[in-house]
Design a protein around this ligand. Structure first.
Ligand code: SF4
Length: 480
């Protein structure tokens, strides 16, 4: 073996103690790490969001210098990009550094410029590529990588995508931590979380979305794993809550129904959360089976209440269909979170602010609103370029002459605070406990036991940040 000890590193550090971003494992990195098994003597998987000691850069670098032969880092997001590059540049030059992930693929050329320490960038899906790197095949023969040679950067051809059933599932024994929900540093219950990827790609073509696109032009067509392999993986999971991290678990309603059937038949007792599109409302039998199988929450991309924007985004439905869908969906004891995009091309402030009202009208339990992003390979790029007064940064941030970043941030806060009133939090609690029965009796008791502690931590946090008065005003004045 060329390498004795390989480190697979999720480099994100979450200083925020209330972080949904810490709830689930780094699935992409875990898949690649699982493929590396057997090709090195020792394999270490580190998720810096949970590493107390090794999230200290000096200690991490010391560990790498003493023990590791090759470092593989996943960069999936824009967040913390500068900090991660800073870390990569401090990794000793004698240790090969391999970087992969969505952002690394999109920014391959820039990363080689910013980080002289990077030897190889794995573009797109990395499960097969990492095997060839660890086997020390000549770099020129490894498909799907970019690497340095004599001062130049060489981009090898794309690697054909693997059949999803040939990709080994993550090895959960490699983890050093369990994934739990903490609010303000207070552990809310003993519930643990995990995720399962049952399919890759998405059959839809929403224009703002580059999820199923490999940035170097290789589109992952919708490909599903066999139902048996998905169920076997679920049966091996210890966590009580499982997120299906597929872009849309229900893209094939018949297959989703088979998954529910197997969960029910085998008596699997888990709580499931999945991403979905509103079209699921057309399948009442599936919805009934989902409830029986333990589906507790759906994360649904709605994006906008306005037909003009929905058409611009090529979402494939209009606002009347959204209303009709939620008339059906809200009959089932499932928690619904709606994703929205604001700051769209040509969108007015009034249109953006209507999101909160619309979400209440259709019966959503919670919302998550994000500013429009125009990634480098986004199909919306052309329209944005043609629209006078529209601008976007290289990092994907979109703004206009009417609404700059600061104005959009303010609008985003207004949408959020007009939706999340104190009564909304009570409704969420009520629904979680009594309607969808997300928590068991014991978990409810432990939740109420930590409430005073949780409230105290919120007050201490607001005092420290000097925003206690603002929070009180929000609760007692604005949200009246
Ligand atoms: S937004 Fe969702 S449905 Fe649309 S293309 Fe992306 S993953 Fe598919």
């Amino acid at each position: 073996m060329k390498y004795n000890h390989a480190l697979f590193l999720n480099p994100y550090i979450e200083s925020n103690n209330t972080s949904v971003m810490k709830l689930f494992p780094p699935t992409g990195l875990e898949y690649v790490a699982a493929s590396a098994e057997g090709l090195v003597d020792k394999l270490t998987l580190l998720d810096l969001r949970y590493e107390k000691e090794l999230s200290d850069t000096a200690k991490l670098l010391d560990f790498i210098s003493r023990e590791v032969d090759i470092v593989c880092v996943s960069i999936g997001w824009d967040r913390q990009f500068k900090e991660i590059c800073g870390l990569l540049n401090r990794i000793p030059n004698n240790i090969p550094l391999v970087v992969g992930g969505y952002k690394a693929t999109e920014m391959a050329d820039e990363l080689f410029k910013i980080c002289p320490s990077i030897n190889i960038i794995v573009r797109g899906e990395g499960e097969e590529t990492i095997k060839e790197i660890l086997k020390d095949l000549p770099l020129k023969d490894i498909l799907g990588i970019s690497y340095r040679e004599n001062g130049a950067v060489i981009h090898n051809k794309n690697r054909p995508l693997l059949d999803v059933d040939d990709i080994p599932a993550p090895d959960r024994a490699l983890r050093n931590n369990k994934y739990r929900l903490a609010l303000n540093g207070v552990s809310v219950t003993n519930l643990t979380f995990d995720s399962v990827l049952s399919a890759r790609g998405c059959p839809y073509n929403c224009k703002f979305c580059t999820f199923s696109l490999n940035p170097l032009g290789q589109r992952r067509t919708y490909s599903v794993r066999g139902v048996d392999s998905v169920i076997r993986e679920i049966e091996g999971i210890a966590a009580q809550v499982i997120l299906f991290s597929d872009d849309n678990l229900f893209a094939d309603a018949g297959r989703a129904e088979k998954i529910c059937d197997e969960i029910i038949k085998r008596g699997i007792k888990k709580r499931f959360i999945a991403q979905a599109r509103i079209e699921i409302y057309k399948y009442p039998r599936l919805l009934q089976k989902m409830v029986k199988a333990g589906f507790k929450g759906l994360l649904i991309g709605i994006e906008s209440p306005h037909d003009r924007i929905l058409a611009q985004l090529n979402k494939g439905f209009d606002s009347a269909t959204i209303r009709a869908a939620f008339k059906v969906l809200t009959k089932y004891p499932i928690y619904y979170n709606g994703y929205f995009i604001y700051g769209n091309i040509g969108e007015s402030k009034e249109e953006m602010l209507y999101i909160s009202q619309f979400a209440k009208e259709i019966g959503l339990d919670s919302i998550a609103c994000n500013k429009l992003r125009i990634e480098r390979f986004s199909p919306l790029r052309e329209l944005a370029e043609k629209t006078p007064g529209s601008h976007f940064n290289e990092d994907g941030g979109f703004y206009s002459d009417m609404y700059d970043h600061a104005a959009l941030k303010k609008i985003g806060r207004t949408i959020k605070f007009s939706f999340y009133t104190p009564s909304r939090f009570l409704k969420i609690l009520w629904k979680g406990i009594f309607e969808i029965r997300f928590l068991t009796f014991g978990e409810i008791i432990s939740l109420f036991a930590v409430m005073p502690h949780l409230l105290a931590s919120v007050i201490v946090r607001d005092i420290k940040k000097g925003r206690l008065l603002d929070s009180l005003k929000r609760v007692f004045v604005i949200n009246k």
